[in-house]
Design a protein around this ligand. Structure first.
Ligand SMILES: [Zn+2]
Length: 340
């Protein structure tokens, strides 16, 4: 079985975006009382949006299951207030649940959190519990910078986040560290802000001792870990200067990387530097890069090809494509039988 641990519903019917635009427009009217509102999308519309995109690509590329979450750039935690964020997250998570219900063999849900800059993440616990306990989701996307490129909240290692981490541990679910839209014009969303977010999160983790306090907390750093694998020597050296343990002991029992790296030399480097047990297969399709690489004639985000070109042993291949995901997303076992 091949599990893609990183996919977003980027092809949702246009009614979802219309809902969001109305929600944003309503914020301008001081007399408007915010309600969750309703989103009218039929099952047929969902099928059409999935069949021609994510499902078609799963079949063409030979993957089986996608761990699926709302569109990351669409989370927009900086927009409106905590109520805006809650209603929007509920609507997006409900839609993911519908996709997973229509295609239980192909998609397993991960939730968007109703984060808001300056609001403690404890505020997200109720929606997290709803998604895990009622909707059957297996993880969440945690935004380390709800301000969208201005980094106004405390670092991930601050006690600010601790009550939320306690809940992650209690529910036994991992968080993928994933920023949203950049509203800072210096940072292109997927080319700058995403990679900054990945790299910054890892560096924050080096400077503190978060996993002494939470030995079973699990984070996935997407997009191949940002700049981390390429600069592994720098991070090992900084950790050493800070008198921290070796990175493998300091972080690698808790931090995992995905394979959303869109060329062969990048994947080669990832696997050379990061222990295989810490790498989860992912493509983030349909996502940040949608074109075909003229150098190979294949889609940039067809990452399965790069992993297969590594010619891993059968055991290692099974770990990267399936076993590591099952270990990190421990609730997967309730959704997918051991093999099929
Ligand atoms: Zn993503």
């Amino acid at each position: 079985m091949i599990i893609d641990c990183h996919g977003h519903y980027t092809t949702a019917p246009k009614e979802l975006e219309a809902f969001r635009q109305k929600q944003i427009a309503d914020l301008k009217d001081p007399a408007h009382v915010a309600t969750k509102g309703t989103l009218s999308i039929s099952d047929d519309q969902i099928r059409e949006s999935i069949d021609k995109a994510q499902l078609k690509l799963q079949r063409e590329r030979g993957t089986d299951v996608t761990i699926f979450s709302p569109r990351a750039a669409g989370m927009g935690h900086h927009i409106g207030n905590a109520t805006t964020s809650l209603h929007w997250s509920q609507v997006c998570n409900d839609l993911i649940h519908r996709v997973c219900t229509l295609y239980p063999q192909n998609f397993v849900g991960v939730c968007q959190l109703p984060q808001t800059p300056g609001v403690p993440p404890t505020n997200c616990i109720a929606e997290l519990e709803r998604c895990i306990k009622e909707l059957g989701f297996i993880g969440c996307n945690l935004n380390p910078d709800p301000s969208g490129g201005y980094w106004k909240d405390p670092p991930l290692t601050d006690k600010w986040w601790y009550p939320f981490y306690e809940k992650l541990v209690e529910l036994d679910i991992p968080a993928m560290i994933h920023v949203s839209l950049s509203c800072n014009p210096n940072f292109h969303t997927t080319g700058g802000h995403y990679i900054n977010g990945d790299t910054t999160a890892f560096m924050q983790l080096i400077t503190a001792d978060l996993f002494k306090d939470f030995p079973s907390l699990k984070f996935i750093i997407p997009h191949g870990g940002g700049a981390v694998p390429y600069h592994w020597g720098r991070y090992r050296g900084i950790a050493q200067d800070l008198k921290k343990p070796l990175l493998k002991d300091h972080l690698l029992n808790n931090v995992f990387f995905d394979t959303c790296v869109y060329h062969q030399p990048g994947i080669d480097l990832l696997f050379k530097v990061i222990p295989l047990d810490n790498i989860l297969f992912a493509s983030e399709m349909v996502g940040a890069v949608r074109g075909i690489d003229p150098e190979t004639g294949n889609y940039f985000d067809d990452t399965k090809r790069y992993v297969e070109a590594l010619r891993l042993s059968d055991e290692d291949r099974r770990k990267v494509f399936e076993g590591n995901a099952r270990r990190v997303y421990s609730r997967l076992k309730t959704k997918l039988p051991a093999s099929r």
